[in-house]
Design a binder for this molecule. Structure first.
Ligand SMILES: [Fe+2]
Ligand SMILES: [Fe+2]
Length: 389
């Protein structure tokens, strides 16, 4: 039997969720090559007897999930691997290194600067990192339990580590040293009249941070020890820590919207439970980091200016640092009363939108074309998933 025939045999099984309405891959507009990838069907698995067929025959029908759910989970697994990679870099230098989150040995100067935002920052960085590790491992284990191949990005771990003492010297997936951090989530969550799902756009709370390339971790020891004639070293290290503080919230507000948006196209109740349960922790992370970013020390480090967002000075409501609860705003239709909500939550194109946002953030600067193709395929397949009921 050829590979093509084998998949043709396997795919109707895996697409039946209770037997009704299973869309074919072509109806979903998914390219056949990428469709095979979305199933996680490896050539070796097919030639040796289809992993999918075996799983489908061995499992009760209720445990079979749709092709769309597999695509959504595979994209989320990739997103969690990327989150783990970036959070591990933060933890190695600014968090707590222990058996729960191993790797690195800490950078006292960087950790001290981060602690300006909150005395418990090192614990929070540790816990956010641990959470991402468990998200990644759980989603991949669930995929395996359904006969789908887990996601690995190991071949793309090619980016350099920080040279500062405390960081592991290993290949990375993400680049925290040339970021352009979008801080418009700050003003977006303070608006009572606008919502990105209506096409509204929002100004940055820290405009210069979005307009350049800045590091959120010390790149080397000199950066922690030697100032310039213009900027004292303490100010520069605090600027790096402030950048990290806003980046933490940028990442986790993205996860907050991603999970809420993509949940709307999940078919299986169990997969919905996974997406809602993991998505809820992304919300908790965002809420924490939102609060801490408001403590960033006002300073100027060359082109990078952190304005005073604290309540020490009068602020417009769009900037006031203690307004960390979502301001009620327009939702679904302007005919309805305003509502306190996560925003955005529109589901169309959310996976490709998430990849674009992370790319624009500079997180993948230096990555290879193969990386962008692989991640782009996973995102397209997740965005092609449709809810089947
Ligand atoms: Fe996560
Ligand atoms: Fe997260």
């Amino acid at each position: 039997m050829t590979k093509e025939n084998h998949v043709a045999t396997a795919s109707p099984e895996i697409t039946q969720s209770g037997g009704e309405g299973a869309a074919s891959p072509s109806k979903n507009g998914v390219k056949r090559r990428s469709f095979l990838k979305s199933l996680g069907v490896a050539g070796a698995a097919l030639s040796g007897g289809s992993l999918l067929t075996t799983a489908a025959e061995a499992s009760p029908r209720a445990s079979i999930i749709t092709v769309g759910d597999v695509a959504i989970l595979r994209f989320l697994a990739a997103a969690e691997i990327l989150e783990t990679d970036l959070w591990q870099q933060y933890n190695e230098l600014g968090g707590i290194q222990d058996s729960e989150v191993p790797g690195g040995s800490g950078s006292p100067a960087y950790a001290a600067a981060i602690s300006f935002l909150d005395g418990d920052m090192s614990q929070y960085i540790h816990d956010n990192t641990e959470d991402e590790m468990t998200h990644e491992v759980f989603i991949n284990a669930y995929l395996v339990s359904k006969g789908a191949e887990p996601v690995s990005l190991d071949q793309f771990r090619t980016l350099p580590s920080s040279q500062a003492t405390g960081a592991q010297q290993i290949g990375r997936l993400t680049n925290l040293m040339q970021l352009s951090v979008d801080t418009s989530w700050w003003t977006r969550y303070r608006s009572g009249t606008q919502n990105p799902d209506f096409g509204d756009t929002f100004p940055n709370a820290v405009p210069t941070l979005a307009g350049g390339m800045f590091t959120a971790i010390p790149r080397n020891n000199a950066e922690l020890e030697i100032g310039s004639t213009i900027v004292p070293v303490d100010t520069h290290v605090q600027a790096i820590a402030n950048t990290a503080g806003f980046h933490f919230a940028f990442i986790e507000q993205g996860g907050t919207s991603l999970y809420a948006s993509i949940a709307q196209r999940v078919s299986s109740v169990e997969v919905l439970r996974i997406v809602l349960s993991i998505g809820g922790t992304e919300i908790m992370h965002f809420q924490t980091w939102h609060d801490k970013a408001g403590n960033a020390k006002p300073l100027t480090d060359g082109a990078l200016v952190f304005p005073d967002l604290t309540n020490d000075i009068p602020q417009p409501e769009s900037l006031q640092s203690n307004l960390i609860m979502p301001e009620p705003t327009v939702f679904l239709s302007k005919k309805f009363p305003v509502c306190s909500i996560i925003r955005p939550t529109a589901t169309a194109g959310v996976a490709t939108g998430a990849v674009k946002a992370l790319t624009d953030d500079g997180l993948f600067r230096g990555q290879t074309p193969d990386f962008f193709e692989f991640l782009g395929d996973l995102a397209e397949e997740a965005d092609a998933a449709r809810r089947e009921v």
